[in-house]
Design a protein around this ligand. Structure first.
Ligand code: NAP
Length: 486
């Protein structure tokens, strides 16, 4: 066994589903190609449909786009399929037999990861049966990876968490937020803490505001049924945007270990400023897309599985504040929406502008540090520089670092990184219960106010535009503007 090779059995509930095929199996294959998984691993996919092992292996192989056919075939031989209804206790007895036999056959030392890649309403049932039917190993480790959405609001998340921790210890639960596995999000602490010059100005004295944009070009596609129960606030703000804020705002961890990083992130989630009901409409706005102006793209209400009078938001913009001394007075402006002109995840750190330039000329542009997360991975600094020639004016210029194509190609997919973390028992890139709870409580406060009012009138932005006018006004009323414009 090479020194990187891990011993693990992964049981995937929802093994025939979209997430498993599009994300999990390709991520496991990358780990296989890199030698992190070799001989001592096995994967059991479970779902109700009556697939054979061979058919399952074919579906897994069909989603692998790298490696040779020989490598792909060798990899899929580690995959097994068990037809399994998670509500049927007897099925766990059959599953246990397969788990035990694979544990022996592959010499896995009892290391088990259970991955819940299915409807969250069933997570509690699965956790309870794993315990009652004795599927947890007593020899190696037992870990549980849980996908979003983790609950629907604070109360349902709490109930789900209690169901899960009645079977798994708190430190065996890995709540995934795949944004935490993205390369440029992982880069944030390095930028902040490994560059004394940036560390010195990363606070309220020098930063005017921070802007986070998660723009999606697509509409709800085939996820209409789910989206009608969620909306953009739950689907994007409660999790991904909150996690990005935590990376941007957490104090420097005392150490580079799980406990210290988790404690630093918790500081952010326990200091989210809760708005009063009267403040919410001033601080958070919502939108829903209508058809595109050329009529080519449907409006949200015309999409499959969407109620014709749906009031679900597909766009949110808002201002988040932190009750922490170093962030007092610094707004974190956030914006996310579907059917915007392009796909883009981007963070703009807007530093305070000097009142006037050295020679007393006009007000200067704010220096802006931009972190582009996707699709490009790019850092840029807008700095004020002298205009060339006899002029004494200052003009902003951009310094750009783009990850070279060759290096960008080596960047692991977020799922690959996070699955390896779970195998290694590294928890710092997963969401703790306290962070989850804090984010839900914040989001619930907005949701409850929104539920009192069927306003604004939807749809209020056309497909292919940057969202409703109210998103611009949110910043304009404070004399600011979104740095990123389409
Ligand atoms: N797809 C993504 O990119 C993505 C991204 C982030 C989060 N997620 C989350 O991940 C979860 C899975 O999403 P998905 O897109 O993969 O859904 P999906 O394609 O609908 O897959 C659901 C899976 O659950 C199985 N299943 C349903 N009821 C079952 C039961 N009673 N017993 C056993 N198996 C059952 C289905 O197979 P059978 O019908 O054969 O039982 C199928 O394998 C959801 O919570 C979703 O919100 C998905």
């Amino acid at each position: 066994m090479n020194e990187n090779e891990k011993r693990v059995l992964m049981v995937i509930f929802g093994g025939s589903g979209d997430l498993a095929h599009r994300k999990l199996y390709p991520a496991l294959f990358e780990l296989y190609l890199k030698g992190q998984l070799a001989e001592h691993f096995a994967v059991i996919g479970t779902a109700r449909r009556p697939w054979t092992h061979d058919y399952f292996r074919e579906t897994v192989a069909a989603n692998l786009n790298v490696g040779t056919t020989v490598q792909q075939q060798a990899f899929v031989q580690h995959f097994y399929y068990q037809s399994h209804d998670v509500q049927d206790a007897d099925h766990y007895i059959i599953l246990k037999k397969l788990i035990d036999s694979l544990d022996q056959e592959y010499d896995l030392g009892g290391n088990r990861i259970f991955y819940m890649a299915m409807r969250p309403a069933l997570f509690g049932t699965i956790a309870a049966h794993l315990k009652s039917e004795h599927l947890l190993s007593s020899a190696g480790y037992n870990r549980l990876i849980i996908e979003k959405p983790f609950g629907h609001d604070y109360q349902s998340a709490l109930a789900l968490n209690e169901a899960v921790i009645s079977t798994f210890a708190r430190d065996q639960v890995y709540r995934i937020d795949h944004y935490l596995g993205k390369e440029m999000i992982q880069n944030i602490p390095y930028l902040r803490f490994d560059n004394p010059v940036l560390a010195a100005v990363w606070n309220r004295d020098y930063i005017d505001n921070i802007q986070i944009t998660l723009a999606e070009r697509l509409g709800v596609e085939e996820r209409g049924g789910y989206y009608e129960t969620a909306g953009a606030l739950r689907d994007m703000v409660q999790n991904h945007i909150m996690q990005i804020i935590a990376m941007l705002a957490m104090p420097k961890p005392n150490d580079f270990n799980d406990a210290a990083i988790t404690a630093a992130r918790r500081e952010v989630f326990t200091h989210l400023h809760q708005y009063s009901a009267a403040e919410v409409p001033q601080k958070f706005i919502r939108g829903q897309y209508g058809p595109s102006t050329d009529g080519q793209a449907l409006g949200y209400r015309q999409e499959d599985k969407i109620a014709p009078k749906s009031n679900v938001e597909t766009f949110v913009a808002g201002e988040i504040r932190l009750d922490l001394p170093q962030w007092q007075g610094v707004p974190f402006y956030v914006r996310t929406g579907k059917r915007l002109p392009l796909k883009k995840t981007r963070i703009d750190i807007v530093f305070k502008a000097a009142a006037k330039n050295l020679f007393g000329a006009e007000k200067l542009a704010e220096p802006v540090l931009t972190i582009e997360v996707e699709p490009e991975m790019r850092l840029s600094w807008h700095l004020n520089t002298k205009e060339i020639g006899q002029s004494t004016a200052a003009i902003p210029r951009e310094l750009v670092f783009t990850l070279p194509e060759r290096e960008a190609a080596q960047v692991p997919d977020a799922y690959e990184r996070l699955i390896l973390d779970a195998i290694n028992g590294r928890r710092s890139n997963f969401v703790s219960w306290q962070d989850m709870a804090g984010a839900w409580q914040f989001v619930d406060g907005i949701r409850q106010v929104w539920e009192q009012c069927q306003c604004p009138k939807f749809p209020n932005y056309a497909s292919g535009t940057m969202g409703p006018l109210a998103a611009e006004e949110l910043l304009q009323k404070t004399g600011r503007t979104w740095i990123f414009k389409d």
